[in-house]
Design a protein around this ligand. Structure first.
Ligand code: SF4
Length: 440
């Protein structure tokens, strides 16, 4: 048995993530008094749980230094969060004592109750003869203690909300770029409504004015076999909006094939009235390569339905997916124009560890990678790669395709250009890391 630690902290860089707050709540439930911070320089103590949500964190000198400092001060550093899908990378780049992989609640309890690493589920750690990975299992009962909510949560702003909350886990989808079905499985496991509402009240009491529902599958709460449970979803939104007020709730992400009239009525009546669809591409070929499983006509219907119910449709698009050719990209631009969405989010395909996209990218030759190929077309003078140029072009195009077209001014033009360049650079760095640890 390990000795009982006296000081425990939880941290996440720059944000109080829901995962970090959840971990804090589980630790407190084991009889400790953890504190939570989003300022890494404040992390000191005998045991530190660090929640990392971006693969880029593995390359961040400030985070590397934080882990080194914690250990130098005699602390134990345990890393979890979305980066844990690539435990070899986490151990190789940051050298923490332990990585908690995937759903971490059982592992956190095990460690806090004095358990040893080799007996801890969902973990990876370095041993003399290499990396040890323990049994992976999913949490069966999504019944959790209240999260550890910091006093200044009200100062946080994540796209207008102070926090996200979790209502269920899993997605029956298979999108090749997404971690959700790999980490949480394809079967939906839902939390009890009363527990969710208790949590909402606790967040509100601490100063949260607007909250959003986590994940790409809002309306799948209490669904079975891909069938939307409209009644359960309506009760969920009504319950949350009765506490927060309808203008302070957002349920941004819903699959285009998981909409019913009742769902749309509930979104209109109980939320800020927006839905963000993961549209990704206007090319059926790319939709198939992504294993999106939602035909483009279904997206057209969903956008049309939103407008009938007074809900504002928005969408995310991914460009630079392996196999995307000029005509596929043009099909995406055409679809964007046809749908005339109220808002658009554009990203270059990011190979997140553990996803089919990451495997595909690792198998490909670097010179076939759109994020590396120099762009020679319309924006040649801007020295972009092909994926960057496509992302930049889509951002500009989105402005012109709004219901009321927007002329892109110089400042916005510069913001889009910087954003496209940054995404390209970030993805090249992530890809380099993936190829190093998971050669195809
Ligand atoms: S529908 Fe959304 S959450 Fe589900 S697999 Fe696709 S991207 Fe992920």
């Amino acid at each position: 048995m390990k000795h009982r630690v006296s000081s425990v902290m939880v941290g996440a860089p720059g944000l109080y993530t829901y995962g970090a707050m959840r971990v804090g709540g589980v630790i407190r439930d084991t009889g400790f008094h953890p504190t939570i911070t989003r300022d890494l320089s404040r992390l000191h103590g005998e045991r530190i749980f660090l929640s990392l949500y971006s693969t880029l964190h593995l390359l961040d000198p400030a985070i590397k230094e934080t882990v080194r400092r914690i250990q130098h001060e005699g602390g134990e550093c345990i890393i979890g969060g979305p980066v844990s899908s690539g435990p070899d990378m986490v151990l190789g780049e940051l050298h923490p004592d332990l990585v908690i992989c995937g759903e971490g609640e059982d592992a956190v309890r095990h460690i806090m109750n004095g358990g040893e690493y080799p007996d801890c589920p969902n973990c990876a750690f370095s041993a003399d003869d290499g990396i040890v990975k323990t049994e992976q299992r999913r949490v069966q009962d999504l019944s959790f203690p209240l999260p550890l909510i910091p006093d200044d949560i009200g100062t946080q702003d994540i796209r207008g909300a102070q926090t996200y909350i979790e209502t269920h886990r899993g997605c029956f989808g298979r999108c090749g770029f997404c971690q959700v079905p790999r980490v949480f499985g394809r079967k939906i496991r839902s939390r009890e409504l009363e527990e969710i509402l208790r949590e909402v009240r606790a967040f509100q009491k601490k100063g949260v004015r607007r909250l959003a529902l986590i994940g790409g599958t809002g309306s799948l709460y209490r669904s079975r076999d891909g069938e939307v449970n409209s009644g359960a979803f309506i009760s969920l939104l009504e319950g949350i909006s009765s506490i927060m007020g309808p203008k302070n709730v957002s349920c941004p992400d819903i699959r285009a094939d998981c909409l019913t009239d009742e769902v749309l009525e509930a979104v209109h009546a109980n939320t800020i009235g927006w839905i963000f669809f993961g549209i990704e591409s206007g090319s059926e070929k790319i939709i198939d390569l992504m294993q999106k499983g939602i035909p483009i006509d279904k997206v057209r219907d969903a956008v049309e339905k939103c407008r009938q119910f007074g809900v504002r449709p928005a969408g995310s698009f991914i460009t630079g997916y392996p196999g995307e050719e000029d005509e596929d990209f043009q099909a995406t631009k055409d679809l964007m124009e046809e749908l005339s969405l109220d808002d658009v989010f554009v990203s270059i395909a990011e190979p997140i560890p553990s996803t089919p996209l990451a495997e595909e990218v690792c198998k490909r030759m670097p010179e076939d990678d759109l994020v590396r190929i120099p762009h020679t077309g319309e924006y040649a003078g801007l020295h972009l790669t092909e994926a960057e140029a496509r992302a930049f072009d889509l951002m500009l195009h989105a402005d012109m395709c709004r219901p009321v077209p927007r002329i892109t001014q110089d400042t916005q033009y510069r913001i889009y250009l910087d954003e496209a360049r940054k995404q390209g650079s970030d993805i090249r760095n992530v890809t380099r890391l993936l190829r190093q640890y998971y050669p195809g």
